[in-house]
Design a protein around this ligand. Structure first.
Ligand SMILES: [Zn+2]
Length: 67
């Protein structure tokens, strides 16, 4: 299951961060716990959402299509 409720905002700013150590976090979009050194902050109208590297890539691709 993927939470696509905010995919219409794919073109909003996203910042990929490389953490010093792997961290476990809940990805807002795929709603799964991820353990990774890479996480992205997505600035939406609903606030800042933390997403995984995979969802970040999908949103970047989507934003390109929407332009
Ligand atoms: Zn994800």
């Amino acid at each position: 299951m993927v939470n696509r409720s905010l995919d219409g905002e794919a073109s909003r700013p996203k910042f990929l961060k490389r953490l010093p150590t792997a961290m476990t976090f809940l990805c807002f979009r795929c709603e799964r716990n991820k353990t990774s050194k890479l996480q992205a902050e997505w600035h939406t109208s609903q606030g800042i959402k933390v997403i995984c590297n995979g969802c970040y890539g999908e949103l970047v691709a989507k934003a390109r299509v929407m332009k």
